[in-house]
Each structure stands twice: as C-alpha cells, then as structure tokens.
Design a protein around this ligand. Structure first.
Ligand code: PLP
Length: 291
C-alpha cells in the first residue's frame, strides 16, 4: 500500500487545485475502496472463510473485494440481479478482473443470511468499518496541511454511497477541529435526497455531514453526457491526470460551477476507478467522435 498517497498541485482552467492521488494507493485496489476495506485488510479476522456482497456486475467495489478476498485467502461470492448480455459475451474491466481473482458471481438469487464464517459487505462498501481507513485519509490531509501551512482548506470528492465523504467530514471535525476543513460532494448515483438518506443511515448527527452541491440539470449514473466527456478530456490535457469516467466528470463540473468553494485552497480526491474506463472510453469515443 502506497500510503500516505501523494498530493500534487495542478492548474485547471487557470486555477490551482491540489489532487490527492488515492488512485495510486494500490495497483489492484480501486482508490477509495482501498480506504473503505482497509479495516478488513489490516485486522486478523480469524475464522472467516468467505466474503459475501452484492451490487452491479461492473462495480469498482466488486473488483476490490475480489482483490481483498484473494489477499486474505477467502472465498468471494457476489450477488447480482443480472449480467448485461454484452458483458457476458465480451468480458472486460472490473467484471473480467474479478472473475480472474476467482469471484463466484451468482445471478438472480437472494443474498444468503450471513454466518459466523462469512463477512457481509453492503453494496459499494457502505458500512461502519469504512471509518477505520477513512480516518487515516483525514490524518494524511491534516499532516499535509500542517506541513504546507494551509490553514483553511476545502475538500471535494464525488459520491456514490457517500460513505467516503461522510466519514471524511466526520473525522476532520472530531479529531482535527482546530482546522476548518469542509468537505463538499455531489450525488453521482441517485439524487441529493438519496445521498442525504445515506448520510443519515451512517451518522445521525448532521453536524458531521458533508455539504452537497448540485448542478441545475438532472444527471443519470452511467449515462453518456457530452459535457462529461469534454471535461474529462480537458482535465487530461491540462493536468496530465487520468480521472475516472463515471464519477469524476460530474464531480469536476459541479466543483467548477461553485467558485465560492474553489476560490479557497481546494483539494480534490481522486478515488481511482480507472479500470472502468476500459469500457467507458470506447463508448464515449463511439458516441462523440468529435467532442
Ligand atoms: C466507489 C467510488 C466512488 C464512490 O464512493 P462512495 O464512498 O460510495 O461515495 C467514487 N469514485 C470512485 C472512482 C469509486 O470507485
């Protein structure tokens, strides 16, 4: 594990941003999943034989769990409603990589009741144990702030389940309250109401919740938007950093639309997910040959 992950300064649209490169934590873990599953990696969970989870057949969490299971010598069962036809015939990305790690995918059946030999992981790793690894992320940010004399900082990261953003804001407040570091996010999966609900399930006290920013237009997860592709290309050209194509384009569009946030020193968290670009990029290229 490459920890602490590096922080680099880039210029985008003539503004300075800092990027926390959590995509570089581990070649096989997908960025923030390394943080979320760190608890299971670091603790000796003797007696465990199997990990069980569920979700979509292309998810970053699924792939990272297959890596975790392999490292720990656990079996890995993953439950999905269905597998897209094209994926079955032409396996690639997270799906292919997880199968290569001996994931057993079970289609169209209910998730079994966990036993004492199994670890049950919620979809996308939305659970309490994630706090363990995300606290370390908070500490790395604080250490960097102190080293570089950056007092006030805004942190931005796009959310799926919101687990990473929530525990990050909570850690920054509870352990490092002398620094006023605010966490901003946006809902990439579902809408603001959904994201707020996710926060509340993990933490009842709203004082620890990140601030949710939005664009005016509605956005559907996994759909191809020309604006997303354009900002992704621009980011690559101007910063040299490859971002993911599912979360980051919306993240950056939302951040750029809120100058009140990025007019202060701003740290964007790159949460990995590049394996998914294997399928997203060809789709974008086909749909928008002249972006
Ligand atoms: C999983 C993931 C997210 C969302 O993380 P949450 O903790 O569910 O909000 C964002 N970006 C990437 C690249 C991811 O893999």
């Amino acid at each position: 594990m490459n920890l602490p992950s590096p922080i680099q300064s880039v210029t985008f649209e003539n503004k300075q941003f800092f990027i926390k490169r959590d995509d570089l934590i581990h070649p096989d873990f997908s960025g923030n999943k390394a943080r979320k599953f760190y608890y299971f990696l670091k603790n000796d969970l003797s007696g465990i034989e199997k990990v069980i989870s569920y979700g979509s057949s292309q998810s970053n969490a699924m792939y990272s769990l297959s890596v975790l299971a392999k490292m720990k010598g656990w079996k890995f069962e993953y439950y999905v409603d269905h597998i897209a036809e094209y994926l079955r015939e032409n396996s690639h990305g997270n799906y292919k990589a997880a199968l290569e790690n001996d994931m057993q995918m079970i289609v169209g059946r209910g998730v079994p009741t966990p036993t004492i030999e199994t670890i049950y992981i919620e979809e996308g790793g939305r659970q309490k144990e994630a706090e363990f690894g995300i606290k370390i992320l908070a500490q790395e940010i604080i250490d960097w702030q102190e080293e570089n004399g950056i007092g006030q900082l805004n942190v931005f990261l796009p959310s799926g389940t919101g687990t990473t953003a929530l525990f990050l804001q909570k850690s920054l407040i509870t352990h490092h309250s002398s620094l006023i570091t605010r966490v901003y996010t946006t809902a990439c999966v579902g809408d603001t109401t959904y994201l707020k609900k996710q926060f509340l399930e993990l933490e009842a006290n709203e004082k620890y919740h990140p601030q949710i920013l939005t664009l005016d237009k509605k956005h559907h997860f996994g759909k191809l938007y020309k604006e997303n592709y354009k900002i992704w290309l621009k980011l690559h050209q101007q910063t040299g950093v490859e971002f993911d194509l599912l979360y980051d384009p919306l993240g950056w569009r939302v951040l750029m639309a809120h100058p009140e946030v990025h007019s202060k020193p701003t740290l964007y968290i790159h949460q990995g997910g590049l394996l998914g670009n294997e399928s997203m990029l060809p789709r974008y290229k086909r749909k928008y040959p002249f972006p």
